[in-house]
Design a protein around this ligand. Structure first.
Ligand SMILES: [Zn+2]
Length: 210
């Protein structure tokens, strides 16, 4: 009975309500995913349909498009931390993509739906190997540290959320050094497998007008 209740199979529309506002990308209800915590602008919800992750209130498609615009790498490609990645699925609250200041956590599907309103399509998606492996590596390390994104923060590759207590920050620094190589030995093959099935942690997307 309990097992059946943990994996309910219901139409997504049945979840609509004040607690499950519509996804700004596709209109399906958003469901709670990661609770509010230090360094995040609110609780995180996710769309079970297009996969978009939302930090705080749902906002609008226009706001999500503005946030997407901030991910323009300058060469016409948009770099997204893929919420549909293996790293995000395995990491959950420890996923490196849950960085300070994050508002929308994109997937290829969510981007496709969002840009469709301005007559654009995603014409190319490429896995970014260095970014992907780094994100998976940090996600593995996040599972054993008090703070969040400590190692990438120290390397100047991300904004860290250091632990509150000084002794915790010391342990985090030590762990990040001692486990750096073992964590990479886990992260690299995991991320390669993720990329092989189209679920890499860092993606570069190209858009084109219809
Ligand atoms: Zn959606």
């Amino acid at each position: 009975m309990n097992g059946a209740r943990q994996t309910p199979v219901v139409p997504l529309e049945a979840g609509s309500g004040p607690d499950n506002p519509p996804c700004p990308a596709c209109g399906e209800p958003l469901f709670g995913w990661v609770g509010e915590r230090r360094g995040l602008g609110g609780a995180v919800s996710r769309c079970e349909s297009c996969g978009l992750g939302v930090v705080g209130g749902p906002g609008s498609a226009e706001e999500a498009l503005r946030e997407l615009g901030r991910l323009d790498a300058g060469d016409g490609a948009f770099r997204i931390a893929n919420r549909a990645s293996v790293a995000a699925s395995l990491g959950g609250a420890g996923w490196a993509g849950l960085a300070p200041g994050a508002r929308y956590l994109f997937t290829v599907d969510a981007v496709q739906r969002l840009v469709a309103v301005r007559d654009q399509v995603v014409v190319g998606r490429r896995w970014a190997p260095a970014g992907g492996i780094a994100a998976m590596w940090q996600t593995v390390l996040n599972s054993v540290t008090f703070g969040h994104n400590v190692a990438l923060g120290a390397l100047g590759r991300a904004e860290a959320v250091p632990a509150e207590q000084r002794w915790q920050r010391r342990i985090d620094a030590l762990i990040s050094v001692v486990l750096a190589v073992p964590a990479m030995a886990i992260a690299a093959p995991l991320e390669l497998c993720g990329a092989a099935v189209g679920r890499g942690a860092a993606l570069s997307l190209r858009l084109q007008l219809l």
